[in-house]
Ligand binder design. Structure first.
Ligand code: F6R
Length: 365
């Protein structure tokens, strides 16, 4: 039931603190990850893993792309990520002792399921499904399973399914990182951060009214460009996907460093640029990219945490987010982008929960 909410999508955006808490529940014990949360055989199996492949579609593919940064940085394992419809139709070299991971809200996405079936024939060490539907085909057909506990998602645009997938992927990073890049002290630190996440997300949701006002600047635009770097690049892609699918505004995401290799030519006052700018090692680089946009008359909307030294000026609007650890930034910065897409769609009067031409579960190719 939608209850007090005007749309399921808004309800589901606001359910994220609970959905994240539910996904963490039972998976953590004190300051450590419960290794058996991936099944009893998982710990021994993960110790043998030398590479990870993740396959998914749409929003789930964006979560997978964030995880690539985590798995390589924290577990030191090579990780490749691909959209399922591409993966299934090409020849690939399967690395030795590789784990094949599928990521899906529904567990019924035709291309993802086909990719899993193919992977099972091609020499992977094991298959793992991260999925929101316990009785789905993907769950039934995988060796290992980690369920996201997002609860039913009715809005076609994925919101809480995405953030709970990111949480599940952090749990996977921890499990794979044990005995590799993550020692006990680091595990304690990471688990502490995970436990703080529902409250962080709650704090960011308070931006709702501010973002509803911001949405007015986008409603009459034909296009929007999203920029990010590092783990924020897939978050920029997710922001662009949300905006295009529910408000029908053409949106694209670029890694900010690519601007001068082409997209800078698009910048004028009719092309708003949204940037996600947490206070991390790439901030200075990102700031010079933003200056390139500003100097060409682009309207910039920057989501940044409080410590980022950025001034509002002509053409630059800064929306401040609470300070978080780098690890949690992808989750925290997703929330305002979901809200932005939502409020732009509401202002445009589109069918937010049932966007034209789209289905919740894509069970045909
Ligand atoms: C976008 C969206 C889709 C799905 C995609 C995969 O908001 O919901 O892009 O993410 O169709 O679906 P699942 O995760 O069910 O495999």
């Amino acid at each position: 039931e939608r209850g007090e909410y005007r749309h399921y999508m808004l309800k589901e955006i606001f359910e994220q603190p609970q959905a994240i808490a539910d996904t963490l529940d039972d998976r953590l014990s004190g300051t450590q990850l419960r290794p058996e949360c991936f099944g009893n055989e998982a710990e021994a199996l993960f110790a043998d893993i030398k590479a990870v492949t993740i396959v998914a579609c749409g929003t789930s593919h964006h979560a997978a792309q964030v995880a690539r940064y985590w798995i390589e940085a924290f577990a030191g394992l090579p990780c490749s990520v691909e959209v399922a419809s591409e993966y299934r139709y090409r020849h690939h070299v399967v690395p030795e002792q590789a784990l094949f991971v599928t990521l899906s809200q529904s567990g019924e996405t035709a291309d993802t399921l086909a990719a899993l079936r193919q992977a099972k024939q091609s020499g992977y060490r094991a298959t793992l499904a991260i999925c929101n539907v316990p009785e789905s085909s993907l769950v039934r057909e995988s060796d290992l399973v980690l369920l996201t506990h997002a609860g039913p998602e009715i809005g076609v645009a994925s919101t809480k399914a995405f953030t709970t997938q990111l949480v599940a992927l952090l749990l996977l990073t921890l499990a794979l990182g044990r005995g590799r890049g993550i020692d006990e002290t680091e595990e304690t630190r990471l688990v502490g951060l995970l436990r703080s996440l529902p409250i962080k997300v709650e704090e960011v949701l308070r931006l709702d009214e501010r973002i509803a006002l911001l949405a007015e600047s986008f409603v009459d635009k034909q296009h929007t460009l999203f920029l990010g770097r590092g783990e924020q690049y897939p978050i920029a892609m997710e922001g662009a996907l949300k905006l295009k699918e529910i408000s029908y505004i053409h949106a694209e995401a670029y890694p900010a460093g690519e601007l001068k290799h082409g997209p800078l030519a698009l910048i004028d006052e009719q092309m708003p640029v949204v940037a996600v700018a947490p206070n991390n090692a790439l901030l200075e680089k990102l700031k010079s990219n933003l200056e390139e946009v500003r100097a060409r008359g682009g309207q910039l909307y920057v989501f940044a945490d409080y410590q980022v030294p950025l001034d509002e000026s002509d053409g630059v609007t800064v929306i401040r987010l609470p300070e978080t650890d780098d690890l949690l930034d992808p989750l925290v910065f997703t929330i305002p982008l979901q809200l932005l897409a939502y409020h732009v769609a509401v202002l445009k009067g589109t069918d937010v929960d049932q966007p034209r031409n789209l289905a919740k579960s894509v069970t045909v190719e």
